[in-house]
Design a protein around this ligand. Structure first.
Ligand code: SF4
Length: 118
């Protein structure tokens, strides 16, 4: 399996030897962080979810949000579906928790911008 390490701007090209779906030897990484990245990507890939939710009374239709920590990539679609059903009313302060422990992931969804009411 081939992938690019995204941990730092160097962007090393990684090659992971897979044996019956289990990651083995990793080459191409310039440091140990790349090894950890490759193993995580092969076993439990995670991403920080950044998206928007509907905003009322804020002078704009959408509020940018993100998860407070990376969440399983396999749950991203379902999380977006949850957030598509959410509507927030201004004013909203940056960092306000809008959804706690989304889908039991341990991550909260927070506003990433202050929005004053209109
Ligand atoms: S392997 Fe190390 S040096 Fe290479 S991109 Fe990943 S973190 Fe950066």
């Amino acid at each position: 399996m081939e992938m690019i390490c995204t941990v730092c701007p160097t962007g090393c090209g990684l090659t992971i030897e897979m044996n019956d779906g289990i990651p083995g030897k990793v080459t191409g990484n310039l440091c140990k962080r790349g090894l950890a990245y490759a193993m995580a990507e092969c076993t439990n890939p995670v991403r920080t979810l950044t998206t928007t939710v509907r905003l009322c009374n804020g002078g704009r239709p959408l509020l940018p949000v993100r998860t407070t920590k990376p969440v399983p990539r396999a749950q991203l679609r379902e999380m977006v579906d949850v957030l598509n059903g959410l509507s927030v009313s201004a004013p909203v302060a940056e960092g306000t928790i809008l959804v706690s422990d989304i889908l039991g992931s341990g991550a909260d969804v927070v506003a990433t911008r202050d929005v004053m009411g209109v």
